[in-house]
Design a protein around this ligand. Structure first.
Ligand SMILES: [Zn+2]
Length: 184
C-alpha cells in the first residue's frame, strides 16, 4: 500500500511546520536590537540563537521531505487504484470470453459447471464442479488463446486430450457435439 507514504508525508509536514515556525520565531527575536545585544553579551544566548537557526533549517527540511512524500503518496495511491480497476476489468472481460466457450463442460456436458479462476502472475485455471475436470487456461494480449486439460474427469473421460493446448473453439465444439449426442 502506498497510502502510508501519504500519512507519513502529512505527519512530517505538520511536525516540520511546527518546528520551523517555532525556530523562526526565536530567530526573529534574536535579530531585534535587544536580541543582538544579548547575543553580543552572552555566549549562551549566542548558542541558543544557533540552535534556533538549526531548528528552523531542520524544520524546513522536514517540511520539504513531508511535502515530497505527500505528493508521492497521492500519485502512487491514485496509480494503485487505477491498476486495481484495470485488473478487475481484465478479469471481467476474460470471464465473459471464457463463459462464451465453456458454457457447457466439454467432457460431461453439464451447463454452467466450469468456472474459471484467475490469478495474476500465476496460472489461470478452470474446474468443472460436476465432473472435476481441470484446465489450465491461457489468455494472451488478444484474449483467450488456449485451454489445456490437466486433470481428466471422475468418469475417466478426456485422457486423449490431456496436456495438449487446444483453442477455445475446439472445446466448445466438443461440448456442443456431446450435448447433441446425449439428447438423441
Ligand atoms: Zn464436467
Amino acid at each position: 500500500m502506498k497510502i502510508e507514504y501519504l500519512f507519513l508525508g502529512i505527519f512530517l509536514l505538520v511536525i516540520g511546520g511546527i518546528i520551523a515556525s517555532f525556530g523562526y520565531m526565536i530567530v526573529r527575536e534574536y535579530q531585534t536590537f535587544l536580541g543582538e545585544l544579548s547575543r553580543a553579551l552572552s555566549a549562551s544566548e549566542r548558542q541558543r540563537y544557533q540552535i534556533a537557526i538549526l531548528m528552523t533549517t531542520g524544520g524546513v527540511i522536514l517540511l520539504l521531505v513531508g511535502l515530497g512524500l505527500t505528493m508521492y503518496g497521492v500519485v502512487a495511491t491514485a496509480g494503485e487504484k487505477g491498476i486495481d480497476r484495470l485488473s478487475k476489468q481484465i478479469v471481467e472481460e476474460s470471464e465473459r470470453e471464457f463463459n462464451l466457450y465453456f458454457k457447457y463442460c466439454p467432457l460431461c456436458f453439464a451447463e454452467d459447471s466450469v468456472k474459471p479462476k484467475f490469478s495474476f502472475g500465476g496460472k489461470d485455471y478452470a474446474v468443472c464442479s460436476e465432473c472435476g475436470a481441470k484446465w489450465h487456461l491461457y489468455f494472451g494480449l488478444r484474449g483467450f488463446k488456449w485451454a489445456k486439460l490437466e486433470n481428466i474427469n471422475i468418469h475417466g473421460k478426456g485422457s486423449e486430450f490431456l496436456n495438449k493446448e487446444y483453442q477455445p473453439e475446439f472445446w466448445q465444439r466438443l461440448a456442443l457435439r456431446g450435448r447433441k449426442e446425449t439428447k438423441n
